[in-house]
Design a binder for this molecule. Sequence first.
Ligand SMILES: *Cc1c(COP(=O)(O)O)cnc(C)c1O
Length: 407
Amino acid sequence: MAGTWIEVDLDAVVRNYQEVVKHLRSGARCMAVVKADAYGLGAIEVARALERAGCEAFAVTRVEEGLILREYGIRGIILVLGPTTKQEWPRAIAAQLQLTLSELSWIAELNESYSELGCPMPVQVHLKLETGMGRTGFRFSELEQLAISLTKAPQIDVQGVYTHFARAAQRDQRYTLEQYERFSAATIRLEELGICPTWKHVCNSAAFLDYPQWHHDFVRIGTLLIGHYPGQGFSGRLTLSDPWVARSQIVHLRKVPKGTNVGYQSIYRTKSETQLAVIPVGYADGFGLEPHFTPQGWIDFLKIVIKNLAALIGVFLGQERVELKGRSVRVAGKIGMQLTVLDVGMQDCALGDEVVIPLRRTVANPRISRKYIQGGQILSERILEEGISLVSTEYSVVEEFTGEGCR
Ligand SMILES: *Cc1c(COP(=O)(O)O)cnc(C)c1O
């Protein structure tokens, strides 16, 4: 999309990775979670930069995401965290993705799929244990059956066992401690049943910071790598760099008199003579979108009420602001689908001037081009054509992955 782009500083991502590594317990490694296109930064470039920096393991949610990483040359461990389907297994196995096993019924089928492929090595899986997330994984009561099924599935090699915390970023840690207790009890039970996975891993970014004693063999880190803390209480715990800047250029600029209505529903009216500038970005690009916000307490609840009451009488609190030449300027009126109006006052500015926009990483439209910066230079650019397929200036599909596996 001309006029709007995102700069991703890969050096910053690498610095964040190194910062995580510096704080790891000895023996533990960092598994970089690059799901959802590396939280919007771009999974291929982020994983490549991290692999160059020594990262040996990656995690994604879906098989498709893992296959893309392999196709673009990632050689390390790739763990698929989410549930998978039988249709995806042959390709996942051929690309040596490690799969999460979270359903008893898959075991026999996975074993069979694998035997049919005639691979020399077993398929590597990680057992997912359900300890309080309420999403996927084996419950304690299923462990016995799990062990029985696994003994009948010689093609399945249990590499890892893990769980995922639901409230690790919250102040009250009781739930997290309970989850960890359940995880420990389950792994002990598995050992009694003769299942001893090579690796254990439980920590996401928040638990990594709070519980060094739980680092085990891997920590699964996403949020910290992209330069964010998992919650307010964690600020300053590491030295993080922000790899992300979203920019847009003024594509229309006009001087208007006092009392000019701006945008849908005319919720904004200029208070004096001013200049209105249009930038080519809107909510279809993710601008101004916030995730659904659930109040965590009475103060949060009051904030929401006040904000809504104010909006009812035409006062918009927390209106988005952007930065123009180091100055904060406000968005005038509602953010449109692909265009946004700024009230830039009478300051000196011109068509083509750049503004820095606050754009949430995970909802930033993939169509906005990403410029990847390393060593202060643009290393590559990713452009998705409007509704068509991926084109890129730099990517070329590397030779097929040739590990020990089979195809
Ligand atoms: C997303 C995810 C992570 C990473 O969590 P962050 O808090 O972003 O570091 C770890 N584990 C699982 C299973 C996840 O889905």
